[in-house]
Design a protein around this ligand. Structure first.
Ligand SMILES: Cc1cc2nc3c(=O)[nH]c(=O)nc-3n(C[C@H](O)[C@H](O)[C@H](O)COP(=O)(O)OP(=O)(O)OC[C@H]3O[C@@H](n4cnc5c(N)ncnc54)[C@H](O)[C@@H]3O)c2cc1C
Length: 345
């Protein structure tokens, strides 16, 4: 039987960056991804440039796939505009995922495509089926419908749904991203317009799947895109991140900024924190696993902020039927967040 120290399930930002960080520590790591290519689901492709002491470019170690840097997000409602001062890159996400994979492989990680995991049998040595691999540690980087999370006995968190596409024609300033709240277009959600190099990533998302079909048809009639992709993202408080030798990272653990549905940078930072923890266990040949180590460091760095964002999102959901109150909430949030971010950086 094939045996490994660490098996990562899922090749999105969380899994691929974790594979790279673990390979940098010379650890024995295998990543299993069910598709034969990367980046199959919807995403706005925005990535925060930094959070606290974490810098995306340092973590990524490349500039490949970075198409544009903007200073923040302009939020529009019927009653006006607010500006979130939150610098971000708009990327070609497929290229960034491919580059993470390339770096991880160069450092010795074994990345296997077209490997869908169907069963995980917990134990001191975890069995992964149908691959027939035995692992000391299994990490679920397998997204919002995580099998690893299910194996840990946790339910799927409440999720938002979104559809994105790439369009070339849009007359707007390309120095910022745009989010638009308008109940006549989409209820309990927003449309987004993110400038790429020569094109725009546009999309529509909602906390409620009901009504999404009609809203998307209206949106699609207004904007053309060669291809539309759908996807779900968790909108929830972060979940329990470890159980014995099973760990969660990224969307599987709901490590997401609920207010704007942003999980790209938080997934990578979470992967870095997990890699540091697993690196320490490796020194004792994984005999002294304390899953809480990961959870407590993670909570200090990200957990408190992400929980607060979740409570704000719950409030916004309640306010969204009254668009004026929502506007006041967003304007104040923009002010608080901008102050918060400038204190952090
Ligand atoms: C519509 C939409 C727009 C978004 N826009 C933004 C944005 O602009 N900026 C931002 O920061 N965040 C955005 N997000 C959130 C962001 O996309 C996610 O938080 C981020 O992709 C999480 O990465 P991940 O690696 O945890 O999950 P994923 O990217 O979902 O990766 C999970 C991987 O696991 C694989 N997998 C699943 N099950 C198995 C299995 N059983 N066996 C093998 N492989 C498996 C999947 O194929 C997939 O490749 C958006 C989300 C949505 C839905």
């Amino acid at each position: 039987m094939e045996q490994h120290d660490i098996v990562i399930i899922g090749g999105g930002f969380a899994g691929l960056s974790l594979a790279k960080f673990l390979a940098e520590k010379n650890l024995d790591v295998v990543l299993l991804e069910e598709h034969d290519g990367f980046f199959r689901k919807a995403c706005g492709e925005g990535v925060g440039t930094h959070f606290k002491n974490y810098d995306f470019l340092d973590l990524y170690g490349s500039k490949k796939g970075i198409e544009r840097e903007v200073q923040g997000i302009e939020i529009r409602t019927k009653y006006g505009k607010a500006f979130f001062n939150a610098p971000l890159f708009v990327v070609d996400k497929r290229q960034v995922e491919e580059e993470f994979a390339r770096q991880a492989q160069r450092l010795g990680a074994d990345i296997r495509m077209k490997e869908k995991v169907r069963a995980i049998i917990p134990g001191d040595h975890i069995m992964i089926q149908p691959q027939g691999i035995s692992a000391r540690i299994v990490v679920g980087a397998d997204g919002v419908f995580s099998l690893v999370r299910k194996t840990m006995g946790q339910d799927k968190p409440p999720s938002a749904v979104g559809i994105s596409g790439i369009t070339s024609t849009l007359e707007r300033e390309k120095d910022r991203c745009y989010l638009e709240y308008d109940n006549s277009v989409i209820e309990y959600g927003y449309t987004w317009f993110f400038p790429k190099k020569d094109t725009w990533n546009i999309g529509i998302g909602s906390l409620h799947p009901h009504g999404m079909k009609d809203s998307f048809h209206q949106f699609k009639a207004q904007y053309t895109a060669a291809e539309w992709k759908g996807g779900y993202g968790p909108i929830s408080k972060p979940l329990t991140l470890s159980q014995n030798n099973l760990f969660l990272v990224g969307d599987s653990g709901a490590q997401i900024r609920s207010t704007i549905g942003a999980g790209n940078l938080t997934s990578i930072i979470s992967a870095h924190i997990l890699a540091e923890t697993l690196g320490r266990y490796a020194k004792s040949n994984f005999r002294t696993i304390q899953g809480e180590d990961y959870a407590s460091t993670w909570d200090r760095v990200l957990g408190k902020v992400l929980r607060r964002e979740y409570y704000i999102t719950s409030l916004m959901k309640k306010l969204q039927t009254n668009e004026y109150l929502l506007h006041l909430c967003i304007t104040n949030l923009a002010r608080i967040t901008s102050t918060y971010i400038s204190h952090q950086s």
